[in-house]
Write a protein that binds this ligand. Sequence first.
Ligand code: ADP
Ligand code: ZN
Ligand code: ZN
Length: 704
Amino acid sequence: MTILRVALDVPLPTLFDYRSEDATRADIGYRVLVPFGKKRLVGVIWDVATKSGVADSRLRSAEKILRDVAPLPREWLALAEFCSGYYHGPLGEVVAAALPPRLRTAKIVPLAPRDYVLTPIGGEALAATASRHRRLRALLERLARGRASESELRTQGTGSRKLLRRGIEAGWIASVEPERSEPRFVHAHELTSEQENAIRVLRSGLEKFRVSLLFGVTGSGKTEIYLQLIAEVLARRKQVLILVPEIALTPALEAAFRDRFPGACIVTQTSAMAELERARGWLLAHGGRADIVLGTRLSVFTPLPRLGLVVVDEEQDASFKQREGVRYSARDLAIARAHIAGASVVLCSATPSLESFHHATSGKYELVALTRRAIDRAALPAIRLIDTRVHPSQEGIVLPLLEALAARLARGEQSLVFLNRRGYAPALACPACGWVKGCGRCSANMVVHLAARRLRCHHCGLAEGIPRACPECGNPDLQAFGRGTQRIEITLAEKFPHARILRVDSDAVRTRNKLEELLERATHADILVGTQILAKGHHFERLTLAGVLNADSGLFSSDYRAGERTFAQLQQVAGRAGRANLPGEVLIQTRYPEHPLYQALVRNDYAGFAKSMLAERREAGFPPFVFEAALRAESTDELRAQRFLRSAIDQSPHRSASIAVFDPVPMSLARLALQTFLAEWNDALYRMPSHGVRWHLDVDPIEF
Ligand code: ADP
Ligand code: ZN
Ligand code: ZN
């Protein structure tokens, strides 16, 4: 008897066994349709065995092996296994996250006209079919002589569509993409000597596994460097995977890639794409035809049989970490993936994560640093710290910033007012008794949204009306404390009644426009008020001033990553100002102008800042000097969640105490020890009754 061991999207850490009539080990990696309870699910065949631990009477039969898509290659299976093992998520869930939605169904993906080839099983079948089926035999014989297009087969009369489908379903014939692409590269710039050096170092790392960190300020020409490196990899007929943080950035980047690589087959992969389009792109990559795959974190799972290079742009970006299901880090998986494939990785950033920076300075990664901007005339923007204890302010905006805004308006230049807090005000409070409106579902404060006349929890999404009076003391005069983007927008409109002011934050994106439309309108505005969605990657030709309002909130956060994030964000905001011919200026209002973070920012010295942060982390025992994992539990009843977590500690392999103090152990051992601990603990957790508590394990968490 043949048993298929199948990875299914079921929240259980196991493979599922099914009986099969005709399967062989050559079927490993194919998708398969199986019955599960009352449903039918599509999974991936992970193994083919001769016996099962499941009793014969309970074994069900697989319905159909889906041979319309070539089997997933070994390297892909290995990556999924690594992901499942490292992040302790069920393999089936990893597979579900890794496949495009369309391929999680049994529906065939209709493709553009394709070529057909004979598979090895087809070759054996050809030897065996003798004269049983004359026409099928003629078709197999034709394909044994080499690939053929569908139209060619039809005109020669060897292959009807029906006959081809039969051959494909039997696994004898595979469809492949037609003629190869002819990628060319358009040279745009003579490289600076610094860029030349960088390319030389990166080139020497090709054709093998190596991780490099390309570190340089915005505008130092990092993109130009990796474009040239990609050209080199394509010339060696290898494939390139490029991971970018923002969905909104991919269309612009894709257009740039098409300009620079005419003739190349370029595929994008994001969650926002139509199902069929995404599946087709994925299949182009899987079939080896796509030269370049450009996408967000989920694209790290795109199968690429000729992978030669992975680029992770803005590698520090938090969006590379998946926040639900299996909580993988796409950046870290990209490295694991390149390791499996023997390919090279380039991490790019102006403000690398401290983890990557540490690896680069300690010799684990290759450090490739750029110190100058690529274009001489594009000077770095001048950053000025405005001490709010000295300078008077109006409605939360200091006078020097108001003056600077007025000056830009007079010159017809554009300004950006940045603050990382959307809504009208971050808190609703009673000045009489001190009551503050908290969220009824979690512990966060409710944010006042005046435009929608609602209170919203930015943490869990709960929304409700604004109360008329204080529930504690009855005072009808409740006040909105603090300032969000909506309030600043209103203030600026009062101060500059003739200015075109546009707010760009996720509320505006949700209620008004799609981000692309909003960004298009943004080019015509005089003053932009925005959160971090404005800080990333967009080019505004006339923008010469960036004002930052509430950066201080990042200085004293309980999250030890807040400093590094604040620096990255401020540098990105600064990067928006004065990119073209006009010199830029950045004004940051702060109560702590002497803070080392701001001082490093003014000196444009991320490396120095990163080194001092790393020294602090080493001292305090934070990553990258330790490895962490978090077990989180959620329930409508807080006590239940606590009870669950407490018994989880009881069930943990180290039974001693709720706080484990580890003896110092070598780094590699520490990680291994944690992984062994987690593996055992994970088993125990799955056996624990959950009583309606939802829980998950987060390895290398980036927030607490
Ligand atoms: P980064 O990715 O580091 O922000 P880019 O590669 O986008 O930098 O380069 C910034 C700007 O400088 C772009 O407009 C780019 O076209 C230009 N540029 C890059 N390299 C050169 C060069 N060698 N000569 C002239 N312009 C360059
Ligand atoms: Zn009150
Ligand atoms: Zn909440």
